[in-house]
Write a protein that binds this ligand. Structure first.
Ligand code: C2O
Ligand code: CU
Ligand code: CU
Length: 446
């Protein structure tokens, strides 16, 4: 994916270390475009800077970021920086729509300690799913100066998405009153065409013996991915909010909507051989609207080994970084969030209502109880949290998260601290159709 031009400013040599913040500027324009998303057809899309996905924004911890945004759509939009811990005024939530034809500068500083894989997408009231379906989403990577993984590892970014098309090539977004529209509203809109970085089944290359660092983003509106790389395991090193304390070996990864993972892939295959990254069947549905082909394994990309002789093994550190546990003895409130279809605690989203009042600096436990016969990936803006347990079973290890997939009839608990950034923050189910239909609430921190 092309990297957007970044203008960097560095303090001149000799200035004090604290003065060496660089400012990175980007220009992003959301506008209609006509693109070929899948071979043999062109579609009317909405795109950031004319591409789907939008440009990948590459940042470093400590950067001051200025995004000059222009809305050339015919409707209001925002850019939400999913997962970033930045001031509420820069969050691009439905509280701060940018009108058609208008410009807005998003200005924020990337804090230390959050290096990881993030993404950006629109967040206008009721229209997020529509705008994302039309092509508005992109990746954002934050790097750390003290990254513990070897800098020599080749990185691959995988932005996963799906879409659905009509015979004339147009993107199929049915009217909410139609039968397919009602299924989408219930299920969340899935598409039968799967994309990695906007391409159907691309091929990545790897050399035998090489270790690659993959950053994977689920940018789909509703589809969840149960990832498996044929003949390989993953070394899972990070989640939404960055690296773990220790790498964890696993054969499969479940990536709910909005979630990200970082994994190391060891090139254990022979020179010239091939593997495939697949998504295995995962039943997140209520029976009434479960897609007919849900049990089909789908191929996402091919991993092609070069003919070169194997490279020698590289050592991966057993310790990555501390993930300090939030202190449960400091918890001052417990929040219960009961999920029913399209509602949280029996209420539908209202921008004029504050659902949770919290104090700046407070540590709280949120208990998310899912009463519905389908999964709901629950997302909190602005603050990374630590999942404590699911149905009373403690999480196997600590990590920073901003989405927790609450499975059908499951109760998950997380701990969060509002260490700074007062203001109004959204929390919601990240199945975009659910969010757009009201499965969202407002947390005010002051
Ligand atoms: Cu990915 Cu409310 O956001
Ligand atoms: Cu978000
Ligand atoms: Cu939901």
């Amino acid at each position: 994916m092309p990297l957007i031009a970044a203008v960097a400013w560095w303090a001149s040599p000799g200035t004090l270390r604290y003065a060496t913040q660089r400012t990175v500027e980007f220009t992003l324009t959301a506008a209609p475009a006509r693109l070929s998303l899948r071979p043999g057809a062109t579609s009317d899309v909405l795109a950031y800077n004319g591409q789907v996905p939008g440009p990948t924004l590459e940042l470093r911890e400590g950067d001051r970021v200025v995004v000059h945004f222009r809305n050339e759509l015919s409707e209001p939009t925002t850019i939400h920086w999913h997962g970033l811990h930045i001031p509420a005024s820069a969050d691009g939530s439905p509280f701060h729509p940018v009108a058609p034809g208008k410009q807005h500068d998003y200005v924020f500083t990337i804090p230390r300690g959050i290096a990881g894989t993030y993404w950006y997408h629109p967040h206008p009231h009721h229209r997020t799913g529509h705008q994302v379906a039309k092509g508005l989403y992109g990746a954002l990577i934050v790097r750390a100066d003290d990254d513990p993984l070897p800098a020599s590892l080749r990185e691959q970014l995988l932005v996963l998405s799906d879409n659905r098309f009509l015979d004339d090539g147009s993107i199929d977004v049915p009217s909410p009153q139609s039968a397919p529209g009602r299924v989408d509203e219930e299920n969340g809109r899935e598409g039968d065409v799967l994309f990695v970085n906007g391409v159907v089944r691309p091929t990545l290359s790897i050399r035998s013996g090489e270790v690659q660092r993959w950053r994977i983003i689920n940018a789909s509106a509703a589809r969840m991915y149960r990832l498996s790389l044929r003949g390989h395991s993953f070394l899972h090193v990070g989640n939404d909010g960055g690296l773990f304390e220790h790498p964890v070996e696993t054969n499969e990864l479940l990536l709910a909507v909005g979630e990200r993972v970082e994994v190391l892939v060891r090139g254990s295959g022979a020179p010239g051989s091939q593997s495939v990254l697949e998504t295995l069947p995962y039943d997140r549905y209520i029976p009434q609207t479960r897609p007919k082909d849900w049990e089909r394994t789908r191929e996402l990309l091919a991993l092609q080994y070069t003919a070169d002789a194997p490279v020698p093994a590289i050592r991966i550190p057993a310790s990555l970084r501390p993930v300090v546990a939030l202190d449960t003895s400091r918890v001052t409130a417990k929040r219960l969030m009961v999920l029913t279809q399209h509602l949280i605690n029996g209420q539908s989203m209202d921008l004029a209502r504050v659902d949770v009042h919290a104090r700046l600096g407070a540590t709280e436990i949120w208990e998310i109880e899912n009463l519905v016969g389908m999964d709901h990936p629950f997302h909190l803006h602005g603050f990374q949290f630590q999942v404590l347990d699911r149905n009373g079973v403690p999480e196997p290890f600590r990590s920073w998260k901003d989405v927790v997939n609450v499975r059908t009839h499951e109760t998950a608990r997380f701990i969060v601290r509002y260490d700074d950034h007062p203001g109004k923050w959204m929390y919601h189910c990240h199945i975009l159709d659910h969010e757009d239909h009201g499965m969202m609430g407002v947390l005010e921190v002051k």
